[in-house]
Design a protein around this ligand. Structure first.
Ligand code: IMP
Ligand code: MG
Length: 186
């Protein structure tokens, strides 16, 4: 895979910081006077969650959930290149540590792509019977959607490209980059 220098910046850390602050203000308004719990999807959402949660002016806690795709699903990068199209299945690798019953839950995800992961997680969370369930996604690739699911809070809608940085990886690399960058497809 390419060196870091071949990456092209799509969204700078300044733009991210500004947008994350706006999202935090919106969440603070929407849940004014209430407590919330952020549930971050490992590992991609960890950095977004830590920035978002620290700017929300509410009584807030957080937890993490882990998922992975079953072996029949190619990596998101391969999917993008090959135009892979099938149902795909999601598997839970780490459950939340506490019950979400009667809680205001905000699922925090790095990117909403086909929607398979979020559809699975939304149903899983709804089974806990939360008081409210919202989805916050830093990025959204609407053109890739295979399930009818949308986030309540979206940072940026982006084109059909493979992106890394600010938590997002390619084979575990690049998560620590401050900006969101495109990996060229050639
Ligand atoms: P979905 O189930 O297709 O919506 O998959 C979402 C997951 O795929 C995200 O949580 C990411 O882990 C991964 N993913 C999708 N697109 C990208 C990308 O462009 N860069 C890095 N990871 C991605
Ligand atoms: Mg993810």
């Amino acid at each position: 895979m390419s060196a870091v220098t071949e990456l092209k910046i799509l969204i700078t850390h300044h733009q991210i910081a500004e947008r994350v602050s706006e999202m935090a203000r919106q969440i603070s308004r929407d849940f004014k006077g209430q407590s919330i719990i952020f549930v971050g999807v490992l590992k991609g959402a960890a950095i977004f969650l830590s920035d978002l949660a620290r700017q929300v002016e509410l009584d807030a806690t957080f937890d993490f959930i882990g998922v992975s795709s079953y072996g029949n699903r190619p990596s998101p990068m391969q999917e993008l290149i090959s135009g892979w199209d099938s149902t795909g299945e999601v598997r839970l690798t780490k459950d939340v540590d506490q019950s979400m019953r009667d809680r205001n839950v905000i699922l925090v995800e790095d990117i909403l792509d086909t929607g398979l992961t979020m559809t699975y997680l939304k149903n899983l969370m709804l089974a806990h019977q939360p008081r409210a369930l919202k989805i916050a996604a830093l990025l959204d690739k609407p053109l890739r959607r295979k399930r009818p699911i949308e986030a309540d809070y979206v940072g940026f809608k982006i084109p059909n490209e493979y992106v890394v940085g600010y938590g997002l990886d390619y084979a575990e690399r690049y998560r620590t980059l401050p900006d969101i960058c495109i990996i060229p497809r050639d």
